[in-house]
Design a protein around this ligand. Structure first.
Ligand SMILES: *Cc1c(COP(=O)(O)O)cnc(C)c1O
Length: 386
């Protein structure tokens, strides 16, 4: 099954470009809104997945908050009109100017990853005569079944505060005059499709909450981060993730204290399936054993295959001829600039359009201008006639 694209509009556009099917985005957001309300969860969309202003604008209009990991993302979220009360600021290395931006903007919460960071936020909040709302990002030491480059919640990870040091960090946190401890934050990785992984996280959070009880500490919110995966193999059959199953797992497993709110930070699951990278075939090159399809898009537009051996479905949307196998590569001067080996495509010729699917998350935001390539533009379904 191939995706459905407005080919006649595409043929007049310069390639490569990021194509966003806003109907897919809106149906994803409709379901996310419905399930978040039904399960009483606060959603902070992870801006790093896709920060395109038009995408941010649509997500904000659904009333979600945002999860930012840099000063630039905070600025993008402010510009898109996300209310400060819905903004969280995470990241293992926040610079002073970025912390100041969050403090000046009165954001909801800093997700803090170390004692030195706590001390800097305390000092800078004090200088402004403010108190910063803080959640401690705890490394729960639970394994997630995903690529090791995108697991974040194990003991040797650079992220978060270890369970072993939690007591000591709480002591320090409570002594700092310009810090208010309002939450606990967790994030175990990305592209997680096994609900058991989230259940394991919840079990660990329950243990940590017991530890807080023993210290007679109460925090207003628990933030379980992002990480829900999408189906990269079947973008048309499964365009919208199972938010219901995911949220029900969290709700069923987690034991909250009275008055505590539950927050999540989905990124990929919100935007991945609405995006495709559209590229043109420059050349078909016969190798000794394989045939190469050389595209005008490369790792500069989509780095995930080169960076994490990620799979993306690839389709020739110009051809209905019999299928054969090709190695699909980009034009960049790196051997890792390869989108897939032995990919089954309809017979492919120079000038055909190729869609690389599920690129709405970590596609455009991870683009670079390596080889001095210009930035590929974004094209939106609402602006084209089918
Ligand atoms: C990257 C990240 C997210 C979003 O992860 P997805 O896998 O895209 O849902 C959420 N929270 C934190 C802290 C992150 O680093």
């Amino acid at each position: 099954m191939k995706g459905c694209f407005p080919l006649s509009s595409f043929n007049s556009l310069r390639t490569p470009f990021y194509y966003y099917d806003l109907d897919v985005l809106r149906s994803t957001l409709d379901l996310l809104r419905k399930e978040a309300d039904r399960n009483e969860m606060e959603v902070h969309y992870a801006v790093k997945a896709n920060a395109n202003p038009r995408i941010l604008d649509i997500i904000r209009a659904y009333g979600f908050g945002a999860d930012c990991v840099s000063g630039g993302e905070l600025q993008a979220a402010f510009q898109a009109g996300f209310p400060a009360s819905g903004l969280v600021f995470a990241g293992v290395g926040k610079a002073d100017w970025e912390i100041d931006l969050g403090l000046e903007g009165n954001i909801f919460c800093f997700n803090v990853e170390s004692v030195p960071e706590l001390e800097v936020i305390d000092q800078r909040a004090g200088a402004m005569g403010k108190k910063a709302g803080v959640a401690l990002r705890i490394n729960p030491n639970v394994q997630a079944d995903t690529h090791h480059y995108i697991t974040t919640g194990v003991n040797d990870s650079k992220f978060g505060i270890s369970l072993q040091s939690l007591d000591e960090v709480l002591d320090i946190c409570l002594k700092l005059p310009h810090i208010e401890l309002i939450g606990l934050h967790f994030h175990i990785g990305s592209q997680i499709t096994e609900m058991d992984n989230f259940a394991g996280l919840c079990a660990r959070v329950n243990e940590i909450q017991n530890l807080l009880d023993r210290r007679r500490l109460f925090v207003q919110h628990i933030n379980l981060g992002g990480g829900l995966g999408v189906d990269y193999h079947y973008p048309d059959q499964v365009p919208v993730p199972d938010f219901a199953g995911y949220m029900q797992t969290l709700r069923r497993m987690l034991v909250l204290r009275p008055g505590q709110s539950l927050h999540i930070e989905p990124g990929r699951s919100v935007v991945a399936q609405c995006g495709s990278l559209i590229s043109k075939v420059l050349y078909i090159k016969k190798g000794l054993q394989n045939e190469f399809v050389i595209l005008d898009a490369g790792m500069t537009e989509l780095i995930r295959p080169a960076l994490y051996q990620a799979y993306h479905k690839i389709e020739n949307i110009s051809s209905e001829e019999p299928e054969q196998k090709y190695d699909v590569v980009g034009p960049i001067c790196e051997s890792s600039d390869c989108f897939g080996k032995q990919v089954v495509l309809n017979k492919t010729r120079r000038g055909d359009l190729i869609a690389i699917r599920s690129t709405g998350a970590y596609g455009e935001t991870m683009a670079s201008n390596y080889n001095l390539r210009p930035k590929a533009p974004a094209v939106f379904s609402d602006d084209l006639r089918c």
